[in-house]
Design a protein around this ligand. Structure first.
Ligand code: CS2
Length: 488
């Protein structure tokens, strides 16, 4: 098994044999595969270029002790298995020093939050982890976890509750705050998190809210790397390369990108030495990535769940679906983006399609299809709103939304059943199952106000194109894909 004491036997698989064990300087909430193949790797490389105490303590918020135990049994070590079209590269990461599982390790977590050496708290908790009210952007006070945390602020379980408890302790101790770094696919993710945390703090203690507003930085980031879930094949690949067992390897594509707003009053690793782009304003990058990559990922996922393509590379390998996605980006998404002249959107699109086609990655559509209620607004609905405002057509984007609606019925075209994983699953599946006709399906789902703002739900053009797309999909998704791929 991987362990720090036997690392010397594996040096060939580490980025560099020169390594000084760092103290913990980053607490990361949401220690999933994405973080381990992204920020953790950038941080490891940054520490190799410029030594510093930026070791990471990863926290799972779902009480997943098996993940904690598997990683801690390996002293926090794990391998990243980069899978490219031309083969794979296995690298052992050492930056992760400790793993905690909430709520079991709350005392240790609070101890770390109080430690002045912890200068960054970063997050990959997925969209739903922010517990935001979709109408206002404040913390969602109707959310049971948020209500619990307001009543029991010393036993927090949600992101707003945990961050407020931590910042409150720093303030009382007179310790400078840490920087809070969101690494999720939300638009303006830093600002979104700041609003959720400050609105929660205002209910708890207005003076704390003021202090957070004045002293705590919440830079926004754009993160990008395709990181599927770990499979047995990844464990076998890691073992073959390392000669020892790794229970927690992370598969990923070779590509990676990280654009970060450079606002870190308490300091940061030299991430730029690892290729991160430190900028003043991340918005153009973030919006382009959400609308081009994440939107087409979701479109591919829902159409594939109906048509029966298992992975993203299978999906874009189907020529009509590949050209539909190409046209969706070219005709309907790219024209809505306001990017600097040096940002070549056609090249960006082509690079995305190449990344999707990577046959070694096996990124499952079912994984991307999760949590549609959280993903659709920033990925696809924002583009639809912009285009409707400008009187521009939205046929292809509407097909993606209609595919999500049809997907919520829980069965593929060939009758295969699958589960819907979404925080609103109960409401969504009930609406989708009761609706017999395409019109009633569209009306039932447009009425879900957590997803569709009132003005959009009432838009007659949107309803019309959605009904048209849902009708086509009802007659078979492959035929619909064919037809939409041939649109002018
Ligand atoms: C994907 C993303 O699962 C999903 O919804 O769209 O995780 C995607 O792979 C990453 O954002 C790529 O950077």
């Amino acid at each position: 098994m991987l362990s720090r004491s036997s690392l010397s036997t594996l040096k060939a698989h580490c980025l560099s044999p020169e390594w000084r064990e760092p103290a913990i300087g980053i607490v990361h909430l949401g220690i999933g595969n994405f973080h381990r193949a992204h920020e953790a790797l950038y941080t490891e490389e940054a520490m190799l270029a410029q030594p510093g105490d930026w070791g990471i303590c990863g926290v799972t918020l779902q009480g997943d002790v098996s993940k904690r135990d598997a990683l801690m049994a390996q002293d926090g070590l794990y391998s990243v298995v980069e899978r490219g079209p031309d083969g794979e590269r296995v690298t052992v990461v050492r930056a992760l020093r400790e793993v905690l599982a909430m709520p079991f390790d709350r005392a240790r977590l609070l101890e770390l939050f109080a430690d002045e050496r912890v200068r960054i708290v970063s997050l990959t908790v997925t969209e739903k982890g922010y517990c935001r009210d979709p109408q206002t952007g404040d913390a969602d006070f109707a959310h049971p976890g948020v209500a619990h945390d307001l009543a029991h602020p010393d036993e927090p379980s949600t992101v707003p509750g945990i961050l407020c408890a931590a910042l409150k302790a720093r303030r009382h101790a007179g310790t400078p705050p840490f920087t809070v770094l969101s690494c999720d696919n939300l638009s303006q993710n830093g600002e979104a998190l700041r609003q959720a945390v400050c609105s929660f703090a205002r209910r708890l203690d207005p003076a704390l809210a003021k202090w957070i507003e004045t002293h705590v930085a919440f830079p926004s980031t754009m993160v990008d790397r395709i990181v599927p879930a770990t499979t047995e094949a990844d464990r076998a690949a890691a073992q073959a390369a390392l000669g020892v067992r790794d229970e927690a390897p992370v598969p990923c594509e070779p590509f990676r990108q990280w654009v970060i707003e450079d606002r870190f009053p308490a300091g940061r690793p030299a991430w730029e030495t690892a290729g991160a782009q430190l900028v003043d304003d991340v918005a153009p990058f973030e919006i382009a990535k959400l609308r081009m990559l994440n939107a087409t990922h979701s479109a591919l996922a829902y159409l594939s769940m109906l048509a029966g393509f298992e992975t993203i590379s299978d999906a874009v390998g189907h020529a009509p679906l590949g050209s539909l996605i190409h046209a969706m980006m070219t005709r309907e998404i790219a024209p809505t983006l306001d990017v600097p002249p040096s940002f070549d959107l056609a090249a960006y699109r082509d690079a995305l399609l190449d990344r999707y086609a990577n046959p070694a990655l096996k990124h499952r559509c079912a994984q991307i299809a999760m949590d549609g209620s959280q993903k659709m607004p920033p990925r696809i609905l924002s583009t639809i709103e912009a285009r409707l405002d400008a009187g521009q057509p939205i046929e292809r984007l509407a097909l993606a939304v209609a595919a999500w609606f049809t997907f919520l019925r829980g069965r593929a075209d060939d009758g295969t059943r699958y589960a819907i994983s979404d925080p609103l699953a109960e409401r969504l599946t009930k609406a989708a199952e009761c609706a017999g006709t395409p019109e009633s399906l569209v009306d039932a789902l447009l009425a879900v106000s957590d997803v569709f703002p009132a003005a959009l739900a009432r838009n007659p053009v949107l309803r019309e194109v959605l009904v048209r797309a849902a009708t086509k999909l009802q007659n078979g998704s492959l035929a619909a894909i064919d037809e939409y791929a041939r649109l002018d």
